[in-house]
Design a protein around this ligand. Sequence first.
Ligand code: SF4
Ligand code: SF4
Length: 444
Amino acid sequence: MNLEELREKIKAAGVIGAGGAGFPTHMKLAPGIDTVLVNASECEPLLYTDYVILQQHMDRVAAGAEAMAQALGAKQVLIAMKAHTAARLGCREGDAAGVSAKIKTLPDVYPIGDEIILIYQALGRIVPPGQLPSKVGVVVINVETAYNVYHSLSGIPVTEKWITIGGKVPNPMVVKVPINCDVKTVLKAAGVTVPQDCTVVDGGPAMGMPINPATARITKKTKSLLILPSEIPAIAFKSLSAQRAVRRTSSACCQCSYCTDMCPRHLIGYPIQPHKTLRAVGSEVISHPDDLLTASLCCGCSVCTLMACCQGISPSVTMFEVKKNLGKNRIGYRSTEPTTPDPNRDNRMIPVSRFKSRIGVAEFDRVAQYREDFKISQDVFTLPLSQHVGKPSVPVVKAGDTVQAGQMIARADEGISAALHTPVAGTVRSVTETAIQIASEGVK
Ligand code: SF4
Ligand code: SF4
């Protein structure tokens, strides 16, 4: 299959980055790639989604990635995972994972799943700051994305999502649910009641976002639902507003620079220096614009907040705010030159065991089991037209239409966008600028 044919199949199936990024996968296929790197690092603690998909369907994940490699003319496919995940799956570094795909093992450190760090760790290549992985001949895809690419080859669209349900629950599990089903329906089917003193997080404990389980939905990007005590360090800082974080910086930052010394992006030589960004945010005169601009290089790992700063300042909150504002104005730090890693990087990488204890989640880390029999039923689905990076999907159905499960209900717009398919058969109840509502078959 040539590149254009594969791109059309992936586009038609509505495949986007399933690990949380949400970038339309067909847009990642560009010439000049020599390596397809499958990110199976399961970067954050408590997540077992990738592990279970590989346990159940290593062949499909490998075949999806290999199809991309073949169309791109790439010479290697690597499935990169931590050594303990490989051991649990019964494989080792260099083992065959498919026809040409091979296993690549990674150290058990945080944050190894950040694609810039992953590329350096797996291949020794450094993506120049502000550039895409394609600049160094690499395309990175998540395990579930590769699995979805495999299905797109036979015309099967994305209508299901694999997620971990974990944290303070009796039995952590990995389940497959329809996209855009309600979180409350999923938790009920899993037999999980959220205690009053807990927060539900969509994503990992450090980088995930708190959600309201009464109103939230599973999206194509949801990787997990974690139920965690609200007072543990990983959760407590998430309720801090950017305004309060900036106020704390002004009153308490001693410019010790520990946040910079431990920043994983800084350690591979990126010019990001959170202590300087914080100083610039608190200054009336900006004498070094790069101190702000380099915040665009932040990957949001929260190491500076959770592991470095002893003043309770939460530098990552300010970094996120600055990056968000740079993004709104479409500006950021760019360089064409690769960087040189800090010679002390290896000593400063954070073992996951230490990270788990420090952020307060160690006691909740148990290997999640696959619940193949997991089923939910829901009367009405509301499918947002924007659950990916780029322009919203464009509806191709109208109120009153009858739809079949898997039918495309919104196409990808021009440019960066993705198609959307209904996970259930039923009747279109409404089409608005932001969402399509479907009543399941038999529901009035
Ligand atoms: S670690 Fe905390 S106190 Fe030190 S420079 Fe960074 S934000 Fe300031
Ligand atoms: S969150 Fe903090 S440690 Fe992580 S990349 Fe951003 S500045 Fe660096």
